[in-house]
Design a protein around this ligand. Structure first.
Ligand SMILES: Cc1cc2nc3c(=O)[nH]c(=O)nc-3n(C[C@H](O)[C@H](O)[C@H](O)COP(=O)(O)OP(=O)(O)OC[C@H]3O[C@@H](n4cnc5c(N)ncnc54)[C@H](O)[C@@H]3O)c2cc1C
Length: 463
């Protein structure tokens, strides 16, 4: 089959582009080497919808602000949990306190005029706002959010499937052949013909660009995050940095939509596949954030790492290929790529339009249903059926029916079920996994030996 647009990469960026295109009469395929959508960079981030993004005149700052504004509408339409809150940049010593008015002035100048409220909190105001925080004062920036990014990926995927977008998983793009008016994308599982190509390959975007003779250099930055059970603060709390690191705002204490708390991310140069977390990473985060909290009674339940692609020039690269305007590269979509993704997608669709694609709106766009977990159904109706009642993960209240629904929505791996249901994400961090593997295998109609954690050779049961 021949497509109008092939998107390489089913991360949050590729999915948002497919979501936009699903509103038009174009044939779209999304190709990904992973087993499920969102298993690349989009699998391990902090889930924050950002506002402040230095340098203020960068493309990523501009797109983050645009993307931020789009999220409430998208979350409502796709039934994705997003919680709006503020970020407090906390002054921890006298020099920070003296600098607060200047920081307020700059942020208010940049973001105040874009509609985000920026204000100064004195010690009493800070105490009232965040009783658990040690600090002399803070600059508060409103308009941040935290989002259930797993739900987001799953609902974008379902919306696209429902509206005719094709997906090819376990399909690695290896080379490309340019014909007169189309491309042949050659993968490990066959060839796809397409008129337009979008390179949204995340950590591998420079490799894909090279297939079109376009040269970019990427570095890779590892961000480690610690997860705590329960809420420590009501807003995002970051220590004020007078000389910001250009590559990161330095992480924060982040309350999540799951009522857990994240500390991080940190940032260190790493290899592309290096997701290991070591003692040093944990110590860096502990040193940075523990002093901010009054209540020192905390133990992390999990540590994880994500890798971001950092391009030369340290800004998003969104551009046509030198080969012509039928190829669009998205290179180095690092933080805040999640925030910017809806705006990036709109920009890419404009670029496609500028490159000559005909975009006729569909008049029969279908909407996705929310994923209603058993615990939500009980809360709203007060009743439960026998089938729903088999609880597989007690911490998170995940039942067999929830697992079945996750599979109906595309989960094919343990991680796919975890991301759609929250299974194993609770305080015990997966004492239920043995039982869960059995139930997931039964619902998928496979042997436990055939189930993987996240595709490839990530087997869970060996005999
Ligand atoms: C530690 C950390 C914390 C972050 N926190 C935040 C945050 O709080 N807020 C925020 O806005 N942003 C955050 N980000 C940034 C955000 O996560 C990324 O910008 C975003 O997820 C990038 O999505 P993507 O779709 O570009 O890439 P990906 O999710 O990596 O998707 C690319 C896809 O391309 C596929 N692919 C690659 N090569 C091939 C090939 N040859 N053939 C087929 N498929 C291929 C991959 O399998 C992958 O699924 C964070 C990032 C990190 C690392």
């Amino acid at each position: 089959m021949s497509y109008d647009v092939a998107i390489i990469g089913s991360g949050v960026v590729g999915l948002f582009i497919a979501y936009e295109l699903a509103h038009y009469r174009v044939r779209v395929i999304v190709i990904d080497k992973e087993t499920e959508p969102g298993f690349g960079v989009s699998k391990g981030h902090a889930g924050v919808v950002h506002v402040v993004q230095p340098p203020f005149n960068s493309l990523r700052s501009k797109l983050a602000v645009e993307g931020n504004r789009l999220y409430d509408g998208i979350a409502k339409r796709l039934h994705v949990r997003v919680k709006r809150l503020s970020t407090l940049l906390v002054a921890q010593n006298l020099s920070h306190l003296i600098a607060l008015p200047a920081v307020w002035l700059i942020l208010n100048y940049v973001y105040g005029k874009r509609g985000f409220r920026v204000r100064i909190l004195g010690p009493r105001g800070l105490r009232k706002r965040e009783p658990n925080i040690n600090g002399l004062g803070a600059v508060e920036v409103e308009g941040y959010g935290v989002i259930n990014s797993f739900e987001l990926v799953s609902q974008l995927f379902n919306f696209c499937r429902l509206n005719g977008v094709d997906f090819a998983f376990n399909t690695e793009v290896r080379s490309v052949r340019a014909l007169d008016d189309e491309f042949i994308i050659i993968t490990n599982r066959g060839e796809y013909r397409t008129r337009y190509v979008i390179n949204a390959a995340g950590l591998y975007s420079a490799d894909i660009a090279r297939l079109f003779d376009d040269e970019y250099r990427l570095e890779f930055g590892k961000g480690v995050m610690l997860v705590f059970w329960g809420e420590q603060t009501r807003n995002i709390i970051a220590p004020l940095q007078l000389i910001p690191n250009p590559r990161t705002k330095g992480g924060a204490i982040i309350p999540t939509v799951f009522n857990t708390t994240i500390w991080g991310p940190s940032l260190s140069v790493s290899g592309r596949d290096d997701r290991a977390v070591n003692e040093d990473d944990i110590n860096v985060l502990a040193r940075k954030f523990s002093g901010l909290l009054r209540n020192r009674d905390f133990t992390p339940i999990r540590a994880y790492a994500g890798i971001r692609p950092i391009p030369e020039g340290d800004d998003f690269i969104i551009t046509y290929s030198r080969l012509g305007r039928h190829v669009i590269h998205l290179v180095g979509i690092e933080s805040p790529g999640l925030t910017a993704a809806p705006a990036i997608a709109k920009r890419v669709v404009e670029m496609l339009s500028g490159a000559g694609i005909e975009l006729v709106p569909k008049d029969d766009v279908k909407e996705v249903e929310p994923m209603v977990m058993t615990k939500d159904a009980i809360e709203s109706s007060g009743t439960i059926s026998d089938d729903q009642g088999e609880v597989v993960c007690p911490c998170m209240g995940v039942t067999r029916a929830d697992i079945r629904e996750a599979i109906r929505r595309g989960a094919r791996t343990l991680d796919g079920v975890i991301f759609r249901t929250g299974l194993g994400m609770g305080v015990c961090q997966g004492m239920c996994l043995g039982r869960a593997i059995k139930v997931i295998s039964e619902e998928l109609g496979i042997e436990p030996r055939e189930l993987t954690k996240s595709g490839g050779s990530s087997w869970l049961v060996t005999r």
